[in-house]
Design a protein around this ligand. Structure first.
Ligand code: SF4
Length: 457
């Protein structure tokens, strides 16, 4: 969609900052706190587009896509801030009438999106502002052919129909680092949620497939398939380090908006201390494929200057080697696709320790944890530290698995290539080994104890 006064070869990105945004991450933020965020969202959208009425027209069906990971309490800052969602819906509905606004998401890792909406405060925010929630996992998908795709070659993704049928799609990611290859999760990475979850490359495998070296190309291809009309980055409270869920929160007090998601991501990534043409695969690929502009010299930044608000984020890492004293990784001939889920296990238990749902040294209770990934060669099972052995990925030869099972009968095997899902059975196994409840039960406990029921509507 052409926005008045914004030349497509020099996209405009608005950066709006306040010294302090009061209220923080809570389900019961006050109308006064919401008003400040609304003012920021309004200002960013106006600066970037000349007004929401240049993006949304009367009678439009608008789908807002936040970034909601799984059912985790709002205070951990993992999901899009509900104040930003509520503010955006208010801005749209006040300025454009009549209009239908939906908030649609497909939470990660097969989690319940409704439970995730509730925990993140999105349910009450959306309903209060007059929008309808769509938990996408209960809706239909459509196979889409993507011309010039490089990842989706030989098969086509199936994406949720709700996004394809919308007149306007608005992308509302959160400003976070991401421990896998693309370093950040902003607008382009947020498109992983337009795919259904599953364990295979067919329709059900799409969401987790590609969480390895080619994932940036996957997101660039998806951006060809579904182009949002507007991207609004929630940069109120960002996350640095081991994002997207185990990092540390940073008060940024920012809203960043624009119609070119590539340019918005490029500006946001630069503010976070990354070079969007070097460090960020998604923006680099999209820029070179002509899908948007990631070169800051060709982006018109309005509002605050990038250098005024730049605050380098701690970098994330997918590498599980040498980060925890009792975790021993044997990974010759492997790749990030298998190292990343091992790293997630470490990050996850550390996060649960911070949440006080497990002791801070929970992993140490398990003793030595030995991980094998890649093609090897691997040492004989008697030569690795005494402790639990996990074999991750398809690359590890079956002969190695057989030998380990013979000599170390408790060896736990999770197959798959780039088996991102592997961290869940591994976390479950660790929990069971220590006589604790399993991962889903923790999540449920966390959800129940930290959220209240959403108002009816
Ligand atoms: S199975 Fe092999 S190629 Fe696939 S992600 Fe693991 S190490 Fe990489």
């Amino acid at each position: 969609m052409a926005i008045t006064g914004v030349p497509p070869d020099r996209p405009r990105v608005a950066v709006v900052k306040r010294d302090k945004v009061p209220g923080g991450l809570t389900l019961d933020y006050s109308p006064e706190d919401l008003a400040i965020v609304k003012e920021m969202v309004q200002e960013a959208v106006d600066l970037a587009t000349g007004g929401i009425e240049h993006v949304v027209f009367p009678g439009d069906r608008v789908v807002i896509k936040p970034n909601i990971l799984f059912p985790v309490a709002i205070k951990w800052g993992i999901c899009t801030d509900p104040r930003v969602i509520e503010a955006l819906i208010m801005v749209i509905r006040e300025r454009v009438k009549p209009v239908q606004v939906f908030v649609a998401e497909n939470a990660a890792m097969n989690s319940s999106t409704m439970a995730s909406f509730d925990a993140a405060g999105i349910t009450q925010a959306a309903r209060r502002a007059g929008a309808v929630l769509i938990p996408l996992e209960h809706t239909s998908v459509v196979e889409v052919e993507i011309p010039k795709a490089k990842y989706w070659v030989g098969d086509n993704p199936k994406v949720f129909r709700a996004l394809l049928d919308a007149d306007v799609v608005i992308n509302v990611p959160k400003m976070k680092t991401h421990f896998q290859t693309c370093n950040v999760t902003l607008g382009l990475k947020n498109w992983n949620g337009i795919l259904p979850f599953g364990p295979g490359r067919d329709c059900c495998q799409q969401q987790q497939q590609g969480h390895m070296v080619e994932m940036d190309q996957k997101f660039a291809d998806l951006y060809r398939a579904v182009k949002p009309s507007l991207t609004v980055v929630d940069g109120i409270i960002g996350m640095e380090g081991q994002g997207p869920f185990a990092g540390e929160l940073v008060d940024m007090n920012l809203i960043i908006a624009g119609t070119d998601t590539v340019a918005v991501d490029a500006v946001a990534a630069t503010i976070m201390g990354f070079d969007p043409l070097v460090d960020i695969g998604t923006t680099r690929i999209c820029h070179h494929e002509g899908l948007g502009v990631a070169d800051l010299a060709r982006i018109e930044v309005v509002g605050r200057k990038v250098e005024e608000v730049r605050r380098p984020f701690k970098r994330p890492s997918w590498d599980a080697v040498g980060v925890y004293p009792t975790v021993h990784v044997y990974g010759r001939g492997g790749c990030p696709g298998c190292l990343a889920p091992i790293r997630v296990v470490i990050d996850y238990f550390n996060m649960m320790g911070k949440l006080e749902l497990v002791p801070p040294d929970y992993l140490k209770e398990a003793g030595n944890l030995v991980f094998l990934e890649g093609k090897g060669p691997f040492p004989h099972p008697e030569a690795v530290p005494i402790g639990k052995v996990f074999i991750v990925g398809d690359c590890v030869p079956e002969s190695v698995v057989e030998t380990y099972r013979k000599v170390r009968p408790s060896t736990f095997v999770v197959r798959g290539c780039a088996p991102m899902h592997a961290w869940i059975p591994i976390a479950d196994e660790l929990a069971k080994m220590m006589g604790r409840t399993s991962w889903p039960a923790w999540t449920e406990q966390f959800y129940v104890t930290t959220t209240g029921p959403a108002p009816a509507g």
